[in-house]
Design a binder for this molecule. Structure first.
Ligand SMILES: CC(C)(COP(=O)(O)OP(=O)(O)OC[C@H]1O[C@@H](n2cnc3c(N)ncnc32)[C@H](O)[C@@H]1OP(=O)(O)O)[C@@H](O)C(=O)NCCC(=O)NCCS
Length: 237
């Protein structure tokens, strides 16, 4: 991977790496080589070949990205588990968070604070009403419905990523989801007590949120390509 100026997150900015998971078959062997036995075993347990490949690409990319910050080969990284299975680097290295949904993964990297990212594909296939009633409060349900039918699914998934990204900052379990309340501000930007949230649309039909303690984080967004890195955009909260 090209080592660019993105290697050191500065000024509290969070680096957000976008990874497209459907990679050409000729790249897969080299990617899979960096995984450890536990990752290969987890991939092998997935029923569908496409899911096994996506899992492996996401974890290989995570290793390459973190290795470039830590200054060690991707295959030399070791992970440990913190609270509720939150993965952390065993040894020195940046804070990070991984999320994947269908064909995309996001990796958030921060130098100085815990970070959480969640990405979801906006889908109308699922019974969103039942999930919303289970996890969302009346004010949140009101906001989801306020834009009418055309924006309901997108608003549902925006709120969902806001909540899940907060959980992932602190390694909380899904049980805590209903205790986090999101209140969009007058400019329709989500706010919540305790965490700063920055939203991004990482691709067509995908929504995502990056969360950290304190103010909404500024993001520097890049797309990961095996052996090649491109900086795309900078997002100020
Ligand atoms: C973390 C969690 C919210 C992820 O939800 P998800 O939308 O299904 O998946 P995402 O792709 O967004 O994130 C998965 C990644 O988050 C990370 N992760 C796992 N547990 C985590 C935690 N507790 N905190 C932060 N990150 C976590 C891992 O990197 C994981 O990637 P992997 O499965 O490929 O190794 C969910 O799995 C969870 O709550 N786990 C905690 C276990 C728990 O509390 N179980 C009881 C349920 S009530």
């Amino acid at each position: 991977m090209e080592r660019t100026a993105t290697r050191e997150p500065v000024g509290g900015a969070i680096h957000l790496w976008r990874v497209w998971l459907d990679q050409p078959p000729q790249r897969l062997t080299r990617l899979f080589d960096v995984l450890d036995d536990a990752e290969r075993l987890r991939a092998a347990r997935l029923a569908r070949l496409s899911d096994r490949i996506r899992f492996a690409v996401a974890h290989a990319a995570l290793r390459e990205i973190l290795g470039s910050y830590a200054g060690v080969p991707a295959s030399d990284l070791h992970f440990a588990e913190a609270r509720n299975g939150k993965p952390v680097l065993d040894g020195s290295g940046p804070h990070f968070s991984l999320s994947h949904s269908d064909g995309i993964a996001l990796v958030a990297v921060a130098a100085d604070r815990a970070v959480g990212v969640d990405v979801e594909r906006v889908s109308r296939d699922r019974d969103l009403d039942a999930v919303a009633r289970r996890y969302f409060g009346a004010d949140e349900l009101g906001w989801i419905n306020a834009g009418g039918e055309s924006s309901r699914a997108e608003r549902f998934f925006r709120l969902w990523t806001c909540k899940e990204s907060c959980l992932k900052v602190d390694g909380l379990g899904l049980r805590a989801l209903e205790t986090i309340r999101i209140r969009p501000d007058p400019r329709d930007r989500p706010r919540t007590c305790g965490w700063g949230l920055t939203e991004i649309a990482p691709g067509p039909s995908y929504v995502a949120t990056v969360a950290a303690r304190g103010a909404p984080p500024a993001l520097r967004v890049a797309t990961w390509h095996h052996n090649n890195t491109r900086i795309d955009m900078v997002i100020a909260p």
